[in-house]
Ligand binder design. Structure first.
Ligand SMILES: Cc1ncc(COP(=O)(O)O)c(C=O)c1O
Length: 351
């Protein structure tokens, strides 16, 4: 039956987005850049200890926000907690984008920048990484001179794995005099490159972080927005009253208390990255250097068949060909060293 109530024009115009698939539990999930090691045992302990009263109350976040602000070395006013980065992006767009404003992207990149912007009725101006996954800095600086409303940048970028150094970010901020620059540092823990402290001196910079990747809390949905007080006050006004659930709040606190978990996760990923890169080189599969917890490789015409054959063996990787005009690119998340060896063995058999 057809709906008699038309959706907003912007929604009707949107390309449908195909959200992550169901049925991934129990498989080797190297397809969505999650942390396959899991989360800190302190997180599970903290969730187990939640009382019935705590669960039946609307969540109070101030004490956790204070602790997180201290951890990230920002003022409380400069930090908002969100229901994952997804809510952060939604809030940023809702707060700053009017219909027909221009949102600038460099694609391929994280799909949610386009998703929320299109939904708000924005015009998308999309530049492209070149075939060597080089960032189009010159074209970007020229585009920024036309004062788009927002420029979204994932740094490191997903799915290319490439990262801009701080010198490049400085040039961008210098050119973006009338543009809100949103730097999504979802993979910061893997790259070590951040401009979070710059929010103090740039009142057009927003930095986002997530607990979904290195901290392994993707299922709890916890993200952060960092911005100068003059920007974050708008977000605070526009945000829903209870964006972060009580389990995510206690999990965040437990994550901060277990620095050893983060250190061992990162060192396992480094070992995995080396092993995977060595294995891919041995198999003659071209790949792009990555500063994140995944790697983009080129399988050409074999891509679809390889992804399907791995799935039959219980290993999920992500076909990203649609990001590159159908040209056979695949993304693999780094798992543990054992998981990485397993996927390499399977790849070798299949190829
Ligand atoms: C660049 C980037 N930002 C944000 C996210 C999602 O973060 P969250 O789970 O906090 O919504 C992803 C997930 O893949 C990502 O690649």
């Amino acid at each position: 039956m057809k709906s008699v109530i038309p959706a907003r024009e912007a929604v009707a115009r949107m390309r449908p987005y195909h959200p992550p698939l169901e049925g991934r539990d129990g498989k080797l999930r190297l397809d969505f850049n999650e942390n396959t090691i899991g989360c800190s045992p302190l997180v599970r302990q903290a969730i187990r200890k939640l009382t019935s009263a705590a669960v039946s109350m609307y969540p109070e976040q101030e004490s956790v926000r204070r602790e997180l602000a201290q951890f990230f070395k920002v003022h409380r006013d400069e930090l908002l907690l969100t229901n994952g980065t997804d809510e952060a992006l939604h809030l940023i767009v809702d707060t700053f984008v009017e219909p027909d404003d221009t949102v600038l992207l460099v694609e391929p990149t994280f799909a949610m920048y386009r998703f929320y912007s299109e939904r708000a009725g924005a015009r998308i101006q999309a530049l492209r990484y070149d075939a060597a996954m080089q960032f189009p800095m010159k074209a970007l600086l020229a585009a920024l001179r036309k004062s788009p409303r927002i420029f979204f940048l994932a740094n490191p970028n997903n799915p290319t794995g490439s990262v801009l150094q701080t010198a490049g970010l400085r040039r961008i901020l210098k050119a973006a005099t009338k543009t809100l620059v949103v730097v999504d540092e979802a993979y910061f823990e893997f790259s070590g490159i951040t401009i979070l402290p710059w929010i103090r001196r740039h009142n057009n910079l927003v930095v986002t972080r997530t607990f979904s990747k290195a901290a392994g809390l993707a299922g709890l949905r916890l993200g952060c927005i960092f911005a100068h007080g003059s920007i974050s006050e708008h977000f605070r006004k526009a945000q829903s009253p209870y964006p972060v659930n009580v389990a995510a709040l206690v999990a965040a606190r437990a994550t901060l208390r277990d620095r050893q978990f983060l250190r061992s996760t990162l060192s396992e990923f480094r070992r995995s990255r080396k092993e995977l890169e060595r294995g891919l080189a041995k198999l003659g599969i071209p790949f792009f250097p990555s500063a994140a917890n995944f790697v983009l490789l080129f399988l050409g015409a074999r891509a679809k068949a390889v992804v399907a054959a791995l799935a039959r063996q219980g290993t999920l990787i992500r076909d990203r060909s649609s990001d590159f005009g159908g040209a056979g690119y695949v993304r693999i998340t780094f798992g543990t060293l054992t998981q990485t060896r397993r996927v390499l063995r399977q790849l070798e058999e299949i190829l």
